[in-house]
Ligand binder design. Structure first.
Ligand code: 3EB
Length: 348
């Protein structure tokens, strides 16, 4: 049963499902993310990449699966530690690297894990011939914890930038849309991604400094991501909006005020939707027709955040909520979104 879904006329589809198996079967599934441990329902699925993300679903005890699928034939494979599945246009991949794989005396096992993950990821894209990284999701345990005097999110940023540089990839401009969130302490570093044969358009937010140009007060190495990526494929448009928070310029706004942070975040997403429509020319994306993933730092804030989303988006919007720490201590909520235009009936 599909609780929420988006599908391009032919091409990529995203569904947030309340049970693992899509009604249409596994054949067209490219990849899955799970958020509540490793459910038995997907344990037997050997051919499809499954990213096991350690961010609990809210309200708790709800089962939820993020399922990416396509209309065309798909093929699975592995490269290094990356598991992937691909069509003629797109590749979905995921990788998990445990920090325990590195010596405890290493100054930053997270740095090593991040470098290894990105190196395998880049090698996969090169070997398979999908050079354009479109969208990437990064989940690191204890994202706000310090070790060796540096916050772990900053260690991740240094390692990500270094690894992308070594792979010969851009560090500004043509860089993927992304999310980077905290996961539970027991989780490995989990990364999943979508890559394509054709370059997307990368979109920045006129209200925000580009993340790759953040000043050094946020870390010696800036985060490498675009605010959104827009892909034209098979007669449709796909809009990937990065994790977005209550940041204007480069500063966090409304510290301590969850409702105001949620409204500012939605204003940022509205600005990105406007940019996407302008850049695409024929884009007709609207706030109310996107699919949203909302990361909530404090589970007790859920009703407050839900109320803001309902007021801003109306009843049609598709929204799921996860508990996750956000990459700045003063941020209480972060929202990512995906849009497919023109819209079609949700896949069953
Ligand atoms: C921000 O705007 C909030 O490091 O990949 C959002 C999306 C954020 C992606 C990343 C970080 C990342 O800076 C944090």
């Amino acid at each position: 049963m599909s609780v929420r879904g988006l599908r391009a006329p032919s091409g990529l589809a995203l569904n947030y499902l309340s049970r693992a198996e899509p009604a249409a079967g596994w054949e067209h599934v490219l990849g899955i993310a799970t958020f509540n441990g490793t459910p038995a329902a997907v344990a037997g699925v050997t051919d499809i990449p499954v990213a096991r993300v350690g961010t609990p679903v809210l309200p708790s005890a709800m089962d939820l699966y993020e399922v990416w699928s396509t209309a065309g034939p798909a093929e699975s494979g592995e490269h290094g530690r990356v598991r992937f599945r691909r069509t003629s246009e797109l590749l979905f991949g995921c990788i998990a690297v445990s920090e325990h794989d590195f010596p405890a005396e290493d100054p930053s096992p997270l740095h090593r894990a991040t470098e290894d993950a990105y190196r395998d990821l880049c090698a996969t894209l090169e070997a398979q011939g999908y050079p354009h990284l479109l969208r990437i999701w990064n989940y690191l345990p204890d994202i706000n914890r310090d070790s060796g005097g540096t916050e772990r999110y900053r260690q991740f940023n240094t390692a990500r930038q270094h690894a992308l540089h070594v792979c010969g990839r851009a560090l500004t401009g043509s860089v993927p849309a992304a999310s980077a969130l905290g996961a539970s302490s027991e989780s490995p570093l989990v990364i999943y991604f979508l890559a394509g044969k054709v370059a997307p358009l990368f979109i920045e937010n006129p209200r925000q400094v580009s993340a790759y140009h953040y000043p050094r007060e946020y870390g010696t190495h800036s985060p490498v991501f675009s605010r959104a990526a827009l892909l034209r494929q098979s007669g449709g448009l796909i809009l990937f909006i990065s994790g977005t928070a209550s940041i204007v310029g480069h500063q966090s706004l409304h510290v301590g005020d969850t409702a105001a942070q949620t409204r500012e975040t939605l204003t940022n997403i509205q600005a990105l939707v406007g940019e996407a429509n302008r850049v695409a020319g024929d884009g007709r994306f609207e706030l109310g027709s996107l699919a949203y993933k909302v990361y909530v730092r404090r589970p007790s804030d859920l009703p407050l955040i839900q109320a803001q989303l309902h007021a801003a988006l109306g009843a049609r919007a598709q929204v799921i909520y996860l508990q996750a720490d956000i990459c700045r201590q003063d941020l209480l909520v972060e929202i990512e979104a995906t849009g497919i235009y023109p819209p079609a009936a949700a896949a069953a």
